[in-house]
Design a protein around this ligand. Sequence first.
Ligand code: SAH
Ligand code: SF4
Length: 422
Amino acid sequence: MNAHDSEKMMGLLREEGYDPVGDPGEADLIVFNTCSIREKAEQKFYSQLGCTRRLKERNPLLKIAVAGCIAQQEGVRIREKAPHVDYIIGPQNIGRVGEAVARSEGGVLTEDNPGIVSADLPAERRNHVKAWVNIMYGCNNFCSYCVVPYTRGRERSRPVEKVLAEIRGLAGSGYREVTLLGQNVNSYRGEVSFPGLLRLVNDVEGLERIRFVTSHPKDLGEDLVAAMRDLEKVCEHIHLPLQSGSDRILRLMNRGYTYAEYRTKVERLRRAVPGIAITTDIIAGFPGETEADHRATVSALGEIGFDGIFAFKFSPRPMTRASEMEGQLPEGIKSERLSEILRLQDDITEKKNRALEGSVQEVLLEGPSGSDPGTATGRTRTNKIVNIPLSGDIVPGMLLQVKITKGHRHSLEGTVIVTDHR
Ligand code: SAH
Ligand code: SF4
């Protein structure tokens, strides 16, 4: 969500006549698009922001903008730590970045913005094969640990026609894959429900693949399972954050489901969509988490066998209920639990990837690999990264049939057996 907000600000600033520069020392304007989901992201931002003070001393015309969730959370307080900041722009107001930077006296834009759903902002996308598309903004769930409802505001769905027009435009200009974005996509309430929207997007000509993030387990119903089963462009992957395997902790988190309910939904998905990849998010060391609660999470990971996880140490966030709860755990315990979770999952992911050796997968080619110049990279429909030897007759955007020759912990290797020129 944050990265796509940056693409929009890039597009908007381009319209104002700005071009990107390679070195911050050459810039007239530096925009930080910040995240405050965990404290670590905030610390990184403040240390980088500190470095811009010297740049501004050297170039008094330089303007500094802070956008995103820290801007919303802290507002003008950012200037107490960093008086050299000119513009403070919350995530609901990034559409006004052009207007803000046109004012030389600086400004603070952190108002609630219901109009966000009708704005069509010109995103400047870096990737030309796959694109992010917002279908909703904000969140009403108030999970007790999470700052998002405070920084991104109330849940608001984009009208169906706006979403479809953007996706038709993307497909028409050569994009093959879209990822529909929302904090909780299955509570989408445009003129249709989320599964209804998937059906309409599935009909967009030229598009090959549809993905979506993030789904909330409490709102995942039979209709979404059926849409995933029936719609050929919807990829066989779902990111479904579990957070904890302990019902007591899930209740404290205000997640609205039990572990048993979560498992039942996973089973339904696996029955309806053979080969579906399921990934999740886990928080280690939530306040009051006992060793037994932690063991419940470890056992859930073993039982479900996720294709991949993102796991984080609990981080107390301003305004959230969990930051005030009793039983805050020491860093040491959180780190130990996180390491155990990550070690276990590494083994599971590696086994799953090894099991794919010898199979043939459809890979959407994205481009040369960032780390190995002799290699091209793409993803399976199940969202696994596949590296293949680079050759002259394959170009980004192609759908390839690839035989998997090796499964690693974080990627697969393969050789192309069919090149599809569709
Ligand atoms: N709306 C999505 C994404 C939320 S943020 C969802 O509900 O899944 C992505 C992940 O960050 C969350 O799933 C959660 O695992 C993690 N997260 C959020 N707040 C956190 C906190 N205070 N400490 C640690 N992890 C957190
Ligand atoms: Fe945060 Fe929960 Fe909303 Fe996700 S669903 S953004 S974790 S409050």
